[in-house]
Structure formats: structure tokens, C-alpha cells
Ligand binder design. Structure first.
Ligand SMILES: NC(=O)c1ccc[n+]([C@@H]2O[C@H](COP(=O)([O-])OP(=O)(O)OC[C@H]3O[C@@H](n4cnc5c(N)ncnc54)[C@H](OP(=O)(O)O)[C@@H]3O)[C@@H](O)[C@H]2O)c1
Length: 368
């Protein structure tokens, strides 16, 4: 039976965090109208330099929460203090990490071993060292705390839950392939569309940045590391002991000469000088009647994980992707030659927060 009272602590109130808090408020209200649902109390919320929490674990008000947090004069708590505070709570606690912080991720084993469950869209813990991965699940097993991270791959798309279910029901996953980055999806769907010619590479990167599809420095998308992190997570869930996101081939789309330029703006300024490299790749694909896409793949049998450019027939689902959508194909023994395909928005505050809220519902169902 689900516990009667559950305390929620939220670290990070940015794009995803704000949407999550709004979804949590709605869920708390809906639960309060149903006597058999747990009573959810938000007791802690923080940003990088601000914290708002209730020392006696009484529920914080959602009214003007963002302003109250911004105006808070409470002394920020270091992570060990947050662990102590939450571990002393007189009911079950779920920590929601809505940051991309490695420091927070490194403390998951400590939270979990104290019985604090974790839900998060943060990739860092699950794609860091293999030791951290093992410590996280050992910490959870030792206390019975739960840990879910659906939105760490494909935002709210049901990628991780689907993979887990394939594995847990005894299917044999042979290969996973897809477009795992909204930024890369947008860039290649515009640069090498299935119909028409597309623009110059540097112009498409500039446009993507202006439309807010890239990180402030587009090199943080073009280095492939974000995709490599997601592949690391899926490979580990498929049973491969991948040591880190840098332990397999990852193709960076940053020209060598621009790796060390000082700023993202200088990078964008100089990128047109290197357009011919990407143009040649595009033309080579066109000569075969194909288009080029930035994909990640895991061959489970041969234990090969890789991230980089691949050519696809124009009719292939990966080639036909639109906008900034993600697509993930699971090839398994049961599904045979036609993979199970998941496709849709792989970024955005509301859809990412939906994955986190969905994880909260799973934790509430499974906590006793
Ligand atoms: N946005 C998406 O579409 C998307 C999709 C899938 C996954 N994700 C993942 O979701 C997470 C959040 O993304 P986002 O877009 O919401 O990022 P964001 O807008 O940059 O927000 C991050 C929040 O975390 C806070 N923060 C950072 N370090 C902290 C620390 N040590 N202690 C307390 N608070 C800290 C920041 O504080 P300040 O407010 O003070 O800066 C900010 O409120 C990331 O892991 C991201 O990879 C995002």
C-alpha cells in the first residue's frame, strides 16, 4: 500500500524544474480530493544560490513560489546537509533533481542509501563512471529507495521504461538506433532535407542557435557528448558494461581548428570557412540517393556503441524525421525485422517534466 504522507524535495527550478513544480501542484491538488491517494508535501526547493525549505517539514505554498524562492534569505545548504535534513524527515521522501549538476549526481548513492528515492531528467549520474552507476543501484537496493530517470533519454518519450520492459519480460534486444538529440535532428532535417537542397551547414547552425535549439555555445551540441551520454544509459540498461561516454567512438562535428576558439560567437563567425567538409558529406550521400543524419547506435551482440554521421535512404524513418523530433528504434527478437519505434519531441520543459512526474507516480505506487 502506498504511504500516506510523502515529502517532495526539488533541486533545480529552471526550464524543466518550473514545469515540474506546476505539474506537482496539480497532482497534489488532485490527490487531496481522493482520500486513498498519498498526501504530497513540497518541503524543499532550491536553485544554485537560493533555497526555501521548511525545517519542520510543513508544506511550502505554491502561491508565488518562484518569487518566494528568489527572495528567500535562508542560508543555502551544502549537499551533505540536504541529505541529513531529508533523512530526518518523519515520512518517505522523494528527491527530484532538475539540474544538470555532476555534484548533485555524485551524491545519489548517499541519498538512496538513506532511503531517499530519486527521480530526475539529469543524465550525469547514469552516464558517468560505471562505478557510480553500480553504487546508485546498490544504494537503492540497500534501503528500498527507488530511482527513476525516464527523462534522461528522449525527454518525456517512454524510452527507458520501454527498454526496461523489453528486457524484464525476456525479449532479446539486438540493436538500438536513433536520433537522440533535438538539436542534431533540427540541424540535419534542415541541412539535408529529404526534399529540396537545404542550406549551408554554418547557416543552419546559426539559425538553430537563433531559434534557441542549441546550447549557448553550439559546440556543446556538436561535440556529440550529449548523445554519447544517452547511448551510455541505454547500453547499460541493455546489459553492456560501458565504462563512460568517452569509452566508445563519438564523432565530433567541431572542426579541429575551431575546438579551442574562445567563444561560441567566434566559433559561429569562423564556421563558414569549414562548410566544404559537411557539404562533401552531404553530396556523397546524395549520390547514393541518401541523406546524412547524426545517429547513435548500440549493437548489443557485438557490444559496439557508436555515435556519428550515417547515411539513410530517403524513405527510412530516421531520414523522414521532422523538426527537432527524436526517434528511437528497438530491434529485438520478438519484434523481428520491423523495430519497435518511439518518436516525438525529445526536448521542452513540459514534456520533459511529464517524464519526471510520471516517474513520481511510479515511485508512489512502489513505495511502501
Ligand atoms: N530542457 C529540456 O528540454 C530537457 C530535456 C531532457 C532533459 N533535460 C535535463 O533536465 C535537466 C534540467 O534542464 P533545464 O533545461 O531545466 O536546465 P536549466 O534551465 O539550466 O535549469 C537548471 C536549474 O538547476 C539549478 N541548479 C544548477 N545547479 C544546481 C545546484 N548545484 N544546486 C541547486 N540548483 C542547481 C539552476 O539554478 P539557477 O536557477 O540558479 O541557475 C536552475 O534552476 C538537465 O539535466 C537537462 O539535461 C532537459
Amino acid at each position: 500500500m502506498a504511504p500516506k504522507d510523502v515529502y517532495i524535495a526539488v533541486i533545480g527550478a529552471g526550464g524543466v524544474g518550473k514545469c515540474f513544480l506546476s505539474q506537482l501542484e496539480g497532482l497534489t491538488k488532485r490527490f487531496s480530493a481522493n482520500p486513498s491517494s498519498p498526501k504530497l508535501s513540497l518541503v524543499f526547493v532550491s536553485r544554485s544560490k537560493k533555497v526555501l525549505y521548511s525545517p519542520k517539514y510543513t508544506a511550502l505554498s505554491y502561491d508565488n513560489l518562484a518569487t518566494t524562492l528568489a527572495d528567500s534569505t535562508q542560508e543555502p545548504l551544502a549537499l551533505p546537509k540536504i541529505i541529513d535534513y531529508l533523512a530526518a524527515a518523519p515520512a518517505k521522501v522523494v528527491l527530484v533533481d532538475n539540474t544538470s549538476s555532476q555534484d548533485v549526481a555524485d551524491q545519489y548513492p548517499a541519498f538512496l542509501s538513506k532511503g531517499i528515492s530519486i527521480i530526475t531528467p539529469n543524465k550525469k549520474a547514469f552516464s558517468g563512471s560505471y562505478k557510480l552507476w553500480q553504487d546508485i543501484f546498490a544504494g537503492a537496493a540497500s534501503s528500498g529507495a527507488k530511482v527513476y530517470h525516464e527523462s534522461s533519454v528522449g525527454a518525456g518519450l517512454p524510452v527507458i521504461s520501454t527498454l526496461k520492459e523489453l528486457v524484464d519480460t525476456g525479449d532479446e534486444v539486438t540493436k538500438i538506433e536513433g536520433v537522440f538529440s533535438g538539436t542534431m535532428s533540427f540541424l540535419f532535417n534542415s541541412f539535408a532535407p529529404t526534399e529540396g537542397t537545404g542550406g549551408k551547414w554554418s547557416a543552419e547552425v546559426k539559425k538553430a542557435k537563433e531559434l534557441g535549439y542549441t546550447e549557448p555555445d553550439p559546440r556543446d551540441d556538436l561535440n556529440g557528448l550529449d548523445v554519447a551520454r544517452k547511448l551510455t544509459i541505454l547500453a547499460r540498461l541493455s546489459g553492456l558494461e560501458v565504462e563512460s561516454p568517452t569509452s566508445f567512438p563519438v564523432q565530433s562535428l567541431i572542426p579541429k581548428e575551431l575546438e579551442s576558439v574562445a567563444s561560441g560567437d567566434e566559433f559561429l563567425e569562423k564556421l563558414p570557412e569549414f562548410d566544404s567538409q559537411m557539404e562533401e558529406t552531404k553530396i556523397a550521400a546524395e549520390k547514393e540517393g541518401k541523406v546524412v543524419r547524426f545517429v547513435g547506435s548500440i549493437d548489443v551482440g557485438t557490444k559496439q556503441v557508436k555515435v556519428g554521421l550515417e547515411k539513410f535512404d530517403r524513405s527510412h524513418p530516421i531520414a523522414a524525421l521532422k523538426g527537432s523530433d527524436n526517434i528511437i528504434s528497438f530491434y529485438t527478437k520478438r519484434y523481428g525485422a520491423n523495430p519497435l519505434i518511439i518518436q516525438g519531441a525529445g526536448a521542452g520543459g513540459d514534456v520533459t517534466a511529464m517524464g519526471v512526474t510520471g516517474d513520481l507516480l511510479k515511485v508512489l505506487d512502489r513505495l511502501s
